[in-house]
Design a protein around this ligand. Structure first.
Ligand SMILES: NC(=O)c1ccc[n+]([C@@H]2O[C@H](COP(=O)([O-])OP(=O)(O)OC[C@H]3O[C@@H](n4cnc5c(N)ncnc54)[C@H](O)[C@@H]3O)[C@@H](O)[C@H]2O)c1
Ligand SMILES: [Zn+2]
Ligand SMILES: [Zn+2]
Length: 437
């Protein structure tokens, strides 16, 4: 990374992409954003209508729930192999499913890690993507919650509103529509995509790297038509995961000390959540020195680069926090870092929340004394939010300018150059790349 700041890396990435994509990319460049600039809610509606009509999406009000759609999708034929833009056939939605015209999808680290994961080579060919916004194209039998033309966010863990977990009000681990790991739809264990007659597996039962996709109606959340689809797709996973970890899972209190390992979109969202809760010290730990600048914009008060720190990171944190932080968050996806995060919080009440999804070595090791002396280790998926019950409130908060989201979009790109977006994330040169379908 040399001495480039993270902002320089963005600019570099953008310049390369502009060269690669000429006029089309220029058309899609975002209006520059700045932290704290207030949007006026009433101005967004004409903007989003103009945006949707500029996409040339022909949405008929008819429910075409019997037809197969042919469209473009970025298919991963093998782990880590560049995605291939294929013409795929998308089946009609089955009972309680909806078919969605994807409008925007952003790339999350989990997409990249799973695409590269050789241990799951049997779940290929596959269509990745799970952070997405779109418009309902058709509805399957039994769907009453959605109508053709509704704007939605997809979610990678659904809410059936009937199972033990959903009715408990205590958990988002829906037993019917929970995290889908086998590449098929929850209800019939089959796929809805094919290429030249060959079935294509799904990812998290969302698969948004496709112009059209089919999701269970329990894995979509309706949003207002004035909500900017090219921004709010980030609430479909990473930003909500980070804010929820800070607000719902940890429930950070005013004046507390917080340490966050990994300042990607997830970690920066935890930082923002901590700042909005009035944390007095927010320490960011990242191996990319460029994350200092963007981290400060999201509330980081102190920055540690483990690669240049002269002492063990947990020791440096103990010195900065008089014995250990009140809360620590793992947003890297490395179980070794989970151990360091646990060692970095204080005894008595220190809470470590893990959000990262490890690429390898899923076992966590830690001295038992860390727990015996009162620390808690807690995992969280999607920030503990129940998508249907809680996500609309987060969307409202965004629309009321109660938190920053636009600045986490580092790149806007056309879907056609998705491989360049994946490279940016692999090279740690982006936050969220939003792909416009
Ligand atoms: N729990 C959830 O609901 C949820 C949701 C979204 C993403 N995730 C997971 O969260 C993690 C972060 O996602 P992201 O999209 O922000 O990723 P990202 O790649 O944008 O950010 C990761 C950051 O960690 C830093 N990093 C890497 N190794 C490090 C180390 N050893 N110590 C400190 N920093 C290090 C990188 O420089 C980068 O800034 C991933 O594992 C992802 O799969 C979980
Ligand atoms: Zn994700
Ligand atoms: Zn449920």
């Amino acid at each position: 990374m040399g001495n480039e700041t993270f902002t320089d890396q963005y600019r570099l990435g953008k310049a390369e992409l502009r060269a690669a994509n000429g006029i089309l990319f220029l058309l899609l460049l975002p209006v520059p954003t700045s932290v704290g600039r207030k949007r006026k809610r009433k101005e967004t509606k004409p903007r989003i209508q103009k945006y949707i009509s500029s996409l040339g999406i022909k949405m008929s009000s008819a429910n075409n729930s019997q037809t197969v759609i042919k469209c473009k999708a970025a298919v991963a034929w093998g782990p880590g192999e560049p995605l291939v833009m294929e013409e795929v056939e998308v089946d009609p939605p089955k009972e309680m499913e909806i078919r969605v015209k994807v409008v925007c999808t952003s790339i999350c680290r989990s997409d990249v890690n799973q695409w590269e994961n050789k241990a799951q080579a049997d779940i290929f060919p596959r269509i990745f993507g799970h952070e997405a916004s779109g418009i309902v194209e058709s509805v399957g039998e039994g769907v009453t919650e959605f109508e053709v033309g509704d704007h939605i966010l997809t979610v990678f863990i659904g809410e059936c509103q009937n199972c033990r977990h959903c009715v408990s009000g205590k958990s988002n681990m829906c037993q019917k529509l929970g995290l889908e790991r086998r590449g098929v739809m929850h209800t019939d264990q089959k796929t809805r995509f094919s290429v030249r007659g060959k079935p294509i597996y799904h990812y998290c039962a969302v698969s948004s790297f496709s112009e059209y996709t089919v999701v269970h109606s329990g894995c979509a959340v309706k949003i207002g038509r004035d909500v900017p689809l090219d921004k709010v797709c980030l609430l479909s996973c990473g930003v909500s995961a980070g804010l929820g970890a800070a607000w719902k899972v940890a429930d950070i209190t005013r004046g507390s000390s917080v340490v966050i390992f990994g300042l990607g979109t997830v970690g920066l969202s935890v930082a923002q959540g901590a700042r909005l809760r009035g944390a007095s010290k927010i320490i960011g730990v990242d191996t990319n020195p460029g994350k200092l600048e963007i981290g400060s914009a999201f509330g980081i008060t102190d920055f540690i680069n483990p690669e240049t720190c002269s002492q063990p990171v947990q020791q440096a944190i103990k010195e900065l926090t008089e014995g250990g932080a009140d809360y620590s968050f793992e947003c890297v996806g490395d179980t070794g870092v989970v151990t360091t995060a646990l060692q970095s919080c204080c005894d008595g009440w220190g809470l470590t929340v893990t959000l990262g999804v490890p690429k390898s070595k899923p076992e966590v090791t830690a001295h038992y004394g860390l727990l015996l002396s009162g620390r808690t280790l807690k995992g969280s998926l999607f920030g503990g939010w129940r998508p249907k019950s809680d996500l609309p409130l987060l969307v409202d908060k965004y629309m009321n300018n109660e938190f920053e989201l636009n600045k986490l979009v580092s790149h806007d790109m056309p879907f056609a150059i998705i491989n360049q977006a994946l490279d940016l994330m692999r090279e740690n040169k982006c936050l969220r790349c939003v792909l416009h379908m």
